[in-house]
Design a protein around this ligand. Structure first.
Ligand SMILES: [Zn+2]
Length: 102
């Protein structure tokens, strides 16, 4: 996915890159489709990932998604499930430790 925004929360301050295999994962039409290669992470998401705080990561992803797409609020519960599944797929396709972006 893009290396210019965090793939978890869409913030522009990408500091880390997670090596990962590409996979297809349609979460919400037009929002997340195919995941290609490495995943980018901002400092906050990296901390959550390294701490194993999947719930914190999920709530952060969901929060920023809903902030940018308030029309999706009605589907919040479904979105949470779908994002959780997407994160599980990412961790299943992760191929190595995080690399610092220079
Ligand atoms: Zn982030």
């Amino acid at each position: 996915m893009s290396t210019f925004i965090c793939d978890f929360c869409a913030e522009p301050n990408v500091l880390w890159q997670y090596p990962a295999q590409s996979f297809v994962a349609y979460v919400v039409d037009g929002v997340v489709g195919q995941s290609v290669g490495d995943w980018a992470a901002c400092g906050v998401c990296h901390r959550l990932i390294e701490a194993g705080d999947r719930t914190g990561l999920l709530e952060r992803s969901l929060g920023t998604l809903l902030e940018k797409n308030p029309n999706m609020l009605a589907a919040e519960a479904d979105l949470r499930d779908e994002l959780a599944a997407f994160h599980r797929m990412f961790f299943a396709h992760q191929t190595g430790a995080a690399l610092q972006v220079v």
